[in-house]
Design a protein around this ligand. Structure first.
Ligand SMILES: *[C@@H]1O[C@H](CO)[C@@H](O)[C@H](O)[C@H]1NC(C)=O
Length: 341
């Protein structure tokens, strides 16, 4: 702990940006409402697809999934069928998307106009290529081929892929904490380019802006979420004069701030691209929960790894509009974008 308690620092790619230690209220910024997108790894990948599908009116640009699986996968089959390198059924999930369209979830016709990015490592045995292939097959029913990209990364295990070394990273071929690895593939850059088109070169130097800690309380919080979230604001997005974009980046299981501190925020590379391309990056946070909860497909499970809810821990509507974690993230998005000029 620092001897003073008003400021601590988060290293950004080896450099430091100041952030307040006592979480502030979430700010509002001049963000183009058409520019909102989301991506995530593992349970954060499942959640990114849930948000991109259920809230497609909000995530108007699109969504990216790193090592996740089909939308609604664990509702109708045991969740382990949606992991490892299993072949989950997508029949009922597709039928549910069609049935829920325009009510429990936003109109699935929106998905024709959304950018969709998918990535999986060939050596991923946690949520591997077979599971991702089923997400791809499911989305092919709704999205447009030319708006969709599917990337496989040779030799990559269950990890967030980058093309630079980050302090404390795990090896690319090994699924271990912090699950961020130099795999010679710039996942953050590629998903952001798929969302927004050609981008200015990333900033590998000193960050222009700050990572701010904010309170995930009230409408910005929910069961299974931490008391604080984080947000990277490029300097150019602070004065309201520039219309910025918003990307939501969701950590995977065992990657919350409480578990790996700022390594998901620092080492993934999202902020480097954000800095030079007027993109605000929102990092909502899940938290560990050792309480047993009933889940969609029967039985009870705790959530000791701080996973995002892709199994129904926090309500039968976890992947529908109003699902508490999605509603909290969307409330954060609405607040951030409320300074739109
Ligand atoms: C469609 O969704 C509604 C609302 O969730 C549900 O009551 C109904 O059983 C569903 N129909 C089918 C055919 O799944």
């Amino acid at each position: 702990m620092t001897p003073w308690n008003t400021v601590h620092t988060l290293a950004i790619g080896g450099l430091a940006a100041a952030t307040t230690a006592s979480a502030a209220s979430l700010g509002s910024y001049n963000v183009d409402p058409e520019s909102i997108s989301v991506s995530g790894l593992s349970s954060g990948g499942f959640m990114a697809a849930q948000l991109g599908i259920a809230y497609s009116d909000t995530f108007k640009t699109g969504f990216g999934v790193f090592a996740g699986g089909p939308y609604d996968c664990a509702r109708n089959q045991y969740y382990t069928m949606c992991m490892y390198n299993m072949n989950p059924s997508i029949t009922t999930p597709i039928a549910n998307m069609q049935n829920w369209s325009g009510a429990e979830i936003d109109d699935v016709a929106n998905l024709k106009d959304r950018r969709v990015y998918m990535q999986v490592g060939t050596s991923d045995t946690t949520v591997g290529p077979n599971v991702m292939a089923q997400l791809k097959a499911q989305l092919a029913e709704f999205a447009t081929d030319s708006n969709t990209v599917y990337i496989t990364t040779d030799g990559a295990a269950h990890t967030f892929p980058t093309d630079f070394d980050g302090a404390g990273n795990s090896p690319c071929g090994v699924a271990s904490s912090p699950f961020v690895s130099n795999c010679g593939y710039d996942g953050a850059g590629e998903v952001l380019k798929w969302m927004y088109g050609e981008l200015e070169a990333r900033n590998d130097g000193a960050a222009s802006g700050e990572v701010l800690e904010f309170e995930q309380t009230g409408s910005y919080g929910a069961d299974g979420m931490g008391s604080s979230g984080y947000i990277y604001i490029p300097a150019v997005c602070t004065d309201g004069l520039t219309a910025c974009r918003l990307h939501v980046a969701l950590h995977g299981c065992q990657q919350s701030y409480g578990q790996i501190q700022a390594k998901f925020i620092e080492n993934t590379g999202y902020n480097k691209w954000a800095d030079t391309n007027n993109i605000i990056i929102l990092y909502p946070q899940a938290t560990t929960d050792n309480t047993m909860h009933p889940v969609w497909n029967g039985g009870q499970l705790p959530n000791p790894n701080a996973c995002w809810d892709w199994v129904g821990w926090y309500g039968a509507d976890a992947d529908q509009k109003g699902g508490v974690q999605m509603a909290a993230i969307v409330s954060q998005v609405i607040q951030i974008t409320s300074g739109s000029a």
